[in-house]
Ligand binder design. Sequence first.
Ligand code: ADP
Ligand code: MG
Length: 255
Amino acid sequence: MTATPLNSESMIRIRGLRKAYGTHVVLDGIDFDVKPKQVVVVIGPSGSGKSTFLRCCNGLEAPQGGRIDICGRTLVQDGQMLPEKALNALREEVGMVFQSFNLFPHLSVLDNVTLGPRKLHGLSRKDADALAHDLLQKVGLAHKADAMPGSLSGGQKQRVAIARALAMRPKVMLFDEPTSALDPELVGEVLQVMKMLAAEGMTMMVVTHEMGFAKEVADVVVVMDGGGIIEAGDPQTIFSNPTKERTRSFLQAVL
Ligand code: ADP
Ligand code: MG
């Protein structure tokens, strides 16, 4: 299979996505579209497949069935993933931020951000440094360029992780519970950076339990449970007038 350019208005187009671990079906035929510049917030109980869904979208998980088109390329077709080389190229366009930051502990903040652009995009050290300084400034951490990750707070680490992902010039950003590992007082600074990205028109999918963020920033809220999307709609509808009983009981438990 080749990475055929896709003629589609969707930034992400998912059809019949199926993922199982052994006999345990986690995603049971998901259909979903993300339009350019949309912010989609994914909510749902623990174990409902939110992380698996996101990981399928950048090829970190291989599904058993269905199709995913993303950034104008076909990532998965009939459960078949792109070959490794094309997959790596596509992953550069799909930034991902994890709950656990995943910074390289032995590299400075600056080098964490410049590594990808230098190794994968062939930027000179000078150009990569300039790019990294711009991005660190953007996330409010220009003064930490020479610091080591171990000396940063969780909120600062996560902002570096966002800068590092942005350094690859992604077309889509996926966030998997980016603030769940943070002390409550550090959540806001990370959400602030995410709000800024949304305002700049970045296409984003965000798994989060921060319902305030969902209400304020999401174009679409997706509720997952029992292997699928049980409900999707604008935040106003999902939070004030959900149609599914399961959405109601989930929201009652978390709000
Ligand atoms: P969520 O992010 O909504 O909490 P996950 O996508 O992490 O849910 O997990 C969905 C289900 O798939 C859970 O039952 C989980 O135990 C299972 N699962 C996730 N990853 C694996 C794996 N690598 N191997 C086996 N089961 C897994
Ligand atoms: Mg998860």
